[in-house]
Design a protein around this ligand. Structure first.
Ligand code: GLY
Ligand code: MN
Ligand code: MN
Length: 480
């Protein structure tokens, strides 16, 4: 333990997210007054035996602390209820909670952990931030994780403080909260954790200025990843697992220019494109195929894009591929046309489905006697055989963001400026689908863009990536 030079501080400074997280915590505080709110980052997860997955904090934690990348395993954000008006600042003055981040700080050099702990020791995994670093980075008071137990237990019980924890992030913290509730003899039907989970999800439905900027960044890096894949197509065609060439090219770009991919890349060539979440990616990329690439770069702040393009491997669509592609593009355009403030989230899907059903009727694929109008009715839905997924989902820190928001704010919700979601219709004709002519079989097309609702309509954040078939072909030729 001797003969080491004096330790250099990490010397972290305020993250650009820090100024925005104040308002996010204030909004959460207002929704759940008087309750102690526990938001864990999560802990390391074993991949196999004694090796862990790379750490990524829970999105609710990232949103409320502004921490990104791999910060910080085992940390817990707690919003302690305080006398109203004496808490942390919010848009309307001081609020009713005070935020504290409990973290496991850098271990000193005279501590065995420093040298011998393969999971947390600095010799093994690098230096962690000190408490001062965490405070500088987040603007939130930081305390040693050893103080968490007492801090959570303080005044808990009937007539005292009620505890809510974000579930699904950290089993140990959930158990600790549960123990404290049992000890305090709390009633089962008290305010449930679901309310907190719902609140943290709904807070993210409208993105702030910083989040929108991060989404733009994620989209820009993702578009570069798509360009890199097009350049790699000749190599993909040569390899027995060409889809892996596509995957690793995209994922490599995501690691180089961002934090990681926001979800497992779907690199699906030919018939594999008809499997919606094809992530095995071990197939060939053959001449004549349409390659469906669904990828998103997650930037260091953990916001991710989610973009799909369906690309003719040879650079030009065949007639039937173009026909399918154009139908999907028309469906997407119809969805874009209704995506504006005041419309309902579900209207976007309905607009896309109208086009899909009409095209399938035109091509004679709907069952005998079934019109597009019949198919669009609640008892119909025959067109869904060829597009079983939804057209849109919210997007942000999670690729399927805000997933715990209540139905009335999500599916039945009204669009508002600042919402970001995908528009991603598709048509998928399985190789063994006897309901369609042979030439359609084994082709899957999805076009997925990331959309920001603005004051008077929408902005396609991923518009810089060509969508029209002729533009896709020209773009591919330009990268050749
Ligand atoms: N990449 C997953 C999705 O499009 O929802
Ligand atoms: Mn999507
Ligand atoms: Mn996608």
């Amino acid at each position: 333990m001797s003969q080491w030079a004096p330790r250099a501080e990490l010397g972290l400074t305020a993250s650009p997210a820090a100024q925005y997280t104040v308002a996010r915590r204030a909004a959460l505080s207002e929704r759940l007054p008087g309750v102690r709110l526990v938001i864990p980052a999560g802990s390391l997860k074993t991949r196999s035996n004694d090796t862990d997955y790379r750490f990524r904090p829970h999105s609710a934690f990232a949103h409320l602390t502004g921490l990104g990348t791999d910060r910080e395993p085992d940390a817990v954000l707690v919003l302690h209820p305080v006398e109203d008006g004496s808490g942390d600042p919010g848009p309307d003055g001081a609020g009713g909670h005070h935020a504290v981040l409990y973290v496991r700080p850098l271990a000193p050099r005279d501590n065995e952990e420093f040298y011998a702990d393969a999971r947390y020791g600095e010799f093994w995994v690098g230096a962690r931030p000190s408490l001062a670093d965490v405070e500088a980075l987040t603007g939130i008071e930081a305390r040693h994780i050893d103080e968490l137990g007492d801090a959570l237990a303080k005044d808990v019980g009937d007539g005292g403080v009620h505890l809510l924890v974000v579930t699904g992030a950290d089993d140990a913290i959930e158990s600790l909260v549960e123990e404290l509730r049992v000890e305090a003899g709390e009633e089962e039907d008290a305010l449930t954790d679901e309310k907190l989970v719902e609140a943290t999800s709904e807070l993210r439905l409208i993105k702030d200025e910083y989040e929108i900027e991060q989404m733009r960044e994620a989209v820009a890096r993702t578009i570069e990843g798509f360009e890199a894949v097009v350049r790699a197509l000749p190599a993909a065609k040569e390899h027995r697992r060409g889809e892996r060439v596509v995957e690793t090219t995209f994922d490599g770009h995501a690691r180089l220019e961002g934090n990681a991919v926001g979800y497992e890349t779907i690199a699906a060539s030919g018939e594999h494109a008809t499997t919606l979440h094809w992530i095995r990616n071990d197939g060939e990329v053959r001449s004549g195929d349409v390659l469906l690439l669904d990828g998103g770069v997650e930037v260091d702040s953990l916001y991710t894009a989610d973009i799909t393009r369906s690309l003719p491997v040879d650079g030009e669509f065949t007639d039937v591929q173009r026909k399918i592609y154009q139908a999907v593009l028309d469906a997407a355009d119809a969805a874009f046309a209704v995506a504006k403030p005041g419309a309902r989230f579900r209207d976007v899907h309905a607009a896309a489905m109208e086009v899909i059903a009409a095209r399938l009727e035109e091509w004679g694929f709907l069952p005998d006697g079934v019109t597009a109008a019949d198919a669009l009715g609640d008892d119909g839905q025959q067109h869904r055989r060829w597009m079983v997924h939804g057209t849109s989902h919210h997007l942000g820190l999670d690729v399927h963001d805000c997933a715990q928001a209540r139905r009335e704010l999500y599916l039945d919700g009204v669009l508002e400026p600042g919402m970001v979601f995908t528009i991603e219709p598709g048509l998928y004709f399985k190789a063994d689908d006897l309901a369609v002519p042979e030439e359609f079989r084994g082709i899957g097309v999805r076009i997925e863009d990331d959309v920001l609702i603005t004051e008077d309509g929408n902005e396609n954040l991923s518009a810089a990536l060509p969508r029209r078939p002729e533009d896709v072909e020209a773009w591919m030729a330009s990268l050749r």
